[in-house]
Design a protein. Structure first.
Length: 306
């Protein structure tokens, strides 16, 4: 496979503005306001790659760095909080939310990605993990915990590399292809069992009334739902403790952006179902016709006329 870097240190690869070239020169992530944390595995060189696309005409830009999802001061968390709790409350880091809730007649405590510290959950024997990327906890005007929801974030894993394409962008903002590909199989195999397991854990929580939110780029959203057999195999259900909310969170609009500006993200599509429907679809998805092995053996032994 071959592909291109489509977003580099927060800006379109085609963007030759001072803002874009300065971010690349300083190796700054504009979404977090710190040095880029994504590195190349071989020599730990800072990557700066936010999104890639395949060389095939019409291929979409696919976000490959989770930090890209946190643009506009973690707008994604605010959107999920509004959807989960039905109110617009301010978000604060962990314990700091208690006093804020008393002063503001409610607030949301955030745990995850440097907010609020790690939740001390019991260790699970064997495989699997309870941990989710984010927990949003709604506190009332007395600072008491009322309810919470959980968020899992997934971007695309890449194959091959984009080392030469990266060097070309740093050297005069030249765009060239490289061997970078998209690891769809790994995403599908890994994320669906995790969603089922974590969704079942959260369904047993008295204060988790909205289940699990799964936030990913639109191409990942489409691929995961297709892997489950499509939306017909996982019908829509109203929000409930056993919910899995699939949210396609991606670049807004198809029109070119002005140089020096970052393409905004938003919810493009969503589908709410239950963990049980996902589990049912995953366990019986896209099975072939019977006797495919027998027929393949016969063709190999006796030719195509067998």
């Amino acid at each position: 496979m071959a592909g291109y870097i489509s977003e580099f240190f927060g800006y379109r690869a085609e963007d030759n503005s001072t803002a874009a070239t300065t971010a690349a020169a300083r190796q700054i992530c504009p979404f977090l306001g710190t040095q880029c944390t994504k590195v190349l595995s071989r020599d730990r060189v800072i990557s700066g790659v936010c999104a890639v696309r395949q060389k095939t005409a019409g291929s979409p830009n696919v976000i490959c760095c989770p930090n890209r999802i946190y643009a506009e001061n973690y707008k994604m968390l605010h959107l999920v909080a509004q959807q989960a709790f039905g109110s617009e409350l301010n978000l604060y880091s962990g314990r700091a939310a208690v006093e804020k809730a008393k002063n503001e007649n409610g607030a949301i405590a955030v745990f995850g990605h440097g907010w609020g510290g790690e939740l001390r959950l019991p260790q699970r024997a064997g495989t699997g993990s309870y941990f989710v990327d984010w927990v949003l906890a709604r506190l009332d005007g007395d600072g008491e915990l009322v309810e919470f929801t959980a968020i899992e974030v997934q971007t695309i894993d890449t194959t091959g590399n984009y080392r030469e394409a990266r060097s070309a962008l740093l050297d005069g903002r030249k765009i060239t292809d490289d061997t970078v590909g998209l690891n769809w199989e790994n995403v599908s195999k890994r994320i669906i069992p995790q969603l089922i397991y974590k969704g079942q854990v959260l369904q047993r929580e008295d204060l988790c009334r909205t289940g699990l939110f799964f936030v990913c780029p639109k191409p990942v959203y489409d691929r995961v739902l297709n892997r489950l057999g499509g939306k017909d195999r996982i019908p829509r259900f109203p929000t409930q403790p056993a919910s899995i909310h699939f949210l396609a969170y991606d670049h807004l609009g198809d029109t070119p952006r002005e140089d020096g500006s970052i393409t905004p993200l938003g919810i493009l599509e969503e589908h709410c179902t239950t963990v049980y429907k996902v589990q049912e679809a995953f366990s019986s998805m896209n099975l072939p016709d019977g006797n495919v092995y027998r027929d393949a053996i016969r063709r190999s032994l006796y030719g195509n006329d067998a």
